[in-house]
Design a protein around this ligand. Structure first.
Ligand SMILES: [Zn+2]
Length: 134
């Protein structure tokens, strides 16, 4: 299966560079400390344009999820049938894939940990695995 590289823009370059470096980067508002994952020109909580980029620990839980039931028609999804909305412990949410778990075993609240998957020579994406309860 050939991978399709994500589209990198000037606004998201720090995110993709972070993935390549094994970091899940967030923006923390300098005005109020509100975290955000996708870049924004102003804080949605206080309106400040200033922020500091931090590296998330990559730990969180499944906030919501969907399981694709017809993957044969969507080869890029074939290997990743579980699509999750993860809420990181830092308080932001992002959409990704969950691996190493049977779709029937995915539950809201499942603890997960980020890992970094180099899908092409230039592009790395973040995905998640369950954290064992032991
Ligand atoms: Zn703010």
């Amino acid at each position: 299966m050939s991978a399709v590289a994500p589209v990198e823009t000037p606004e998201t370059a720090y995110i993709w560079a972070g993935y390549r470096a094994g970091q899940l980067r967030l923006q923390l508002c300098d005005g109020c400390g509100h975290p955000r994952f996708l870049p924004a020109y102003r804080c949605s909580a206080c309106g400040s344009p200033d922020y500091t980029t931090i590296s998330s620990a990559g730990a969180g839980h499944v906030y919501s999820f969907a399981v694709t039931r017809r993957p044969e028609e969507l080869p890029l999804i074939h290997d990743f049938p579980v699509i999750v909305l993860v809420e990181l412990d830092e308080g932001v949410r992002l959409i990704s894939n969950l691996v190493d778990v049977a779709p029937a075993d995915v539950q809201i609240g499942l603890r997960v940990q980020a890992y970094f998957d180099p899908v092409t020579a230039e592009a790395t994406v973040v995905r998640f695995r369950p954290v064992s309860a032991s």
